[in-house]
Design a protein around this ligand. Structure first.
Ligand code: ADP
Length: 536
């Protein structure tokens, strides 16, 4: 067990806000050559903004993606932001990731070689090279598992035939690397199916290593993806003993094994990314065939909502925006962002138009069949739609069709582009998230922080984060609909338009209310820390 570092240390500190006073004090102290005092004061300036006074815990994060090294969706954001927030909760965090070849060179070149060894993996004892490359940034240590055979594809995920061996290897190599570095954390926090075998390995093949004292948490970011493949393949690649391929652990059907299912059975605690989704996945509709398994393990299941990283998502300092803004000038500056966005995308330049954004993976999960069904009814002389996303061909093509059909009013950006995403969040009036299911959803959070009103379906984290607008009390953060129904989505969009065009002051108040809402990671990180403390 990693040692608990001095517990009595920090009281709550707030350095930056006192900076001016502190600097002044330092100057006076230096003058009078009170060296000790100078050091104390400078330490105060250097101290992190706020460090929790709860006992210290060490945590290894294990997952398949992490911004800015590699990101395909919300998991990448969480793997970056949560460790940073946990450092402020007095945690010692190491993030273990695959060293994909596609990680930009600017990060690769800064990695430092920490060591290498050979590791047995498969049922026939075949062994593989495990290299460890390290990168330290913002108080977080990133250890990349290096193996060209598994990680040299252009993108992190390819197809299950390759991904199953890749993530069997990764889960085992992550634990072997911790042992090799002799870094024994209090908590091993695993993310999604790609890391789901970690708790299983820990309680079987690593049972007699020092690591066995660690407690495991498996966080479900999206239950749709489970790592299911035929039993012989998973048995061969994982090298796990036969008795685990039973219906309570890895076996999911007559012929298939399920890596997520095994992790859920073996983890000490299961979390998912919103309280509503934690409830939903125990039902047949949302449970993706694991609902009974999750109901069985519901005693160790919790929902903790995600936050957003204010260092990356901050309209006042976001270098990608055309015009930065705060609460004081948001209404004006958002118009400037809108005009420039329209110009960049070839839309009619008019800040009086109602601009609806949609930033999403273009897959069934995201409710795009509903959008397709009603888009022509949404379009009128006062409305523009901007889509940003890639995914299923059927949706990519239909949005291309709409761009042609409504030239100057619809722009479909079939691409992955961070800068464009930031500009749409800032320049749009509303953001559409009509998902069929949504574990947490980050786009509605980012939108609110940028003063862009979310229009969402009441499911998962969307339900937990967007309070529906109430015209009688003039309260709420966005527009919502409950059943998965195109007519209800259209109705929600029309309610938004009505408020925008007919009661602008109420709309503007909602913009400011949304920008003010606390969507930071601090609260969520505290809940994770409580969980860690409860487990250890
Ligand atoms: P999911 O994880 O299901 O894809 P989330 O809403 O949790 O959805 O997170 C999506 C993240 O990916 C957000 O940060 C969003 O801005 C970003 N994103 C999605 N599609 C694109 C795109 N085409 N270009 C840039 N960023 C995108």
């Amino acid at each position: 067990m990693a040692k608990e570092k001095d517990v009595k240390t920090p009281k709550k500190r707030k350095a930056p806000s006192k900076k001016a006073v502190v600097k002044q004090k330092a100057a006076i102290a230096e003058e009078s050559k009170e060296k000790e005092l100078v050091e104390e004061i400078l330490a105060e300036v250097a101290a992190p903004e706020e460090i929790s006074s709860t006992p210290r815990r060490s945590v290894a994060f294990i997952g398949s993606e992490c911004y800015p090294f590699v990101k395909t969706g919300g998991l990448g954001d969480v793997m970056h932001a949560l460790p940073k927030a946990l450092v402020k909760q007095n945690c010692d965090v190491k993030v273990i990731l695959p060293r994909y070849k596609c990680i930009p060179w600017e990060y690769q070149e800064k990695m430092i070689y920490r060591g290498a060894f050979e590791m047995d993996l498969c049922a026939d004892g075949r062994s593989f090279y495990v290299g460890i490359m390290e990168y330290v940034w913002d108080g977080v240590v990133y250890d990349f598992i290096d193996n060209e055979e598994f990680f040299s594809n252009g993108s992190p995920y390819t197809n299950l035939v390759d991904d199953i061996p890749k993530y069997c290897y990764f889960a085992k190599a992550a634990l072997a690397a911790l042992n090799y570095m002799d870094w024994i954390p209090d908590i091993i926090h695993c993310h999604d199916w790609q890391a789901a075998l970690v708790p299983v390995y820990l309680r079987t093949q690593f049972e007699h290593t020092k690591l066995t004292t660690a407690k495991t948490i498996l966080t479900i970011h999206n239950l749709r993806f489970q790592g299911i493949y035929n039993i012989p393949t998973i048995r061969y690649w994982s090298g796990l003993p036969d008795h685990l391929f039973c219906k309570d652990v890895l076996k999911t059907s007559h012929q298939d094994a399920n890596m997520m299912k095994g992790g859920l059975a073996y983890a000490n605690m299961i979390t998912t990314v919103s309280p509503t989704y934690a409830g939903e996945i125990q039902s047949a509709y949302y449970g993706e065939t694991l609902d009974a398994h999750l109901r069985y393990h519901s005693g160790k299941l919790r929902g903790i909502i995600n936050g957003i990283d204010y260092d990356i998502w901050d309209p006042a300092a976001d270098g990608r925006l055309y015009a930065n803004y705060t609460l004081h000038n948001a209404l004006e500056q958002k118009k400037e962002n809108k005009r420039r966005l329209q110009e960049e995308l070839g839309l009619t330049q008019d800040d009086g138009k109602f601009v609806i954004g949609l930033i999403s993976r273009l897959t069934d999960q995201k409710g795009l069949d509903l959008v397709n069904a009603i888009l022509s009814q949404v379009m009128d002389d006062h409305t523009q739609v901007v889509v940003l996303g890639t995914g299923d061909r059927v949706y990519e093509d239909s949005f291309r069709y709409y761009e042609n059909a409504f030239r100057g009013s619809v722009c479909s950006n079939i691409m992955y582009d961070e800068t464009r995403a930031h500009r749409i969040y800032a320049g749009a009036d509303a953001l559409l998230v009509p998902s069929r299911f949504e574990p947490c959803g980050l786009t509605q959070l980012i939108a609110m922080h940028y003063g862009t009103i979310p229009i969402v379906r009441e499911t998962g984290g969307l339900k937990d984060t967007v309070e529906p607008y109430n015209m009688f009390t003039n309260a709420g953060n966005g527009f919502t609909f409950d059943r998965y129904d195109a007519g209800l989505l259209l109705d929600a969009i029309n309610r938004a338009k009505t408020l925008y065009f007919e009661a602008r002051s109420c709309w503007d108040e909602m913009v400011l209310r949304d920008m003010e809402k606390d969507l930071s990671w601090e609260n969520s990180a505290k809940q994770y820390k409580d969980l860690y403390l409860g487990l250890t």
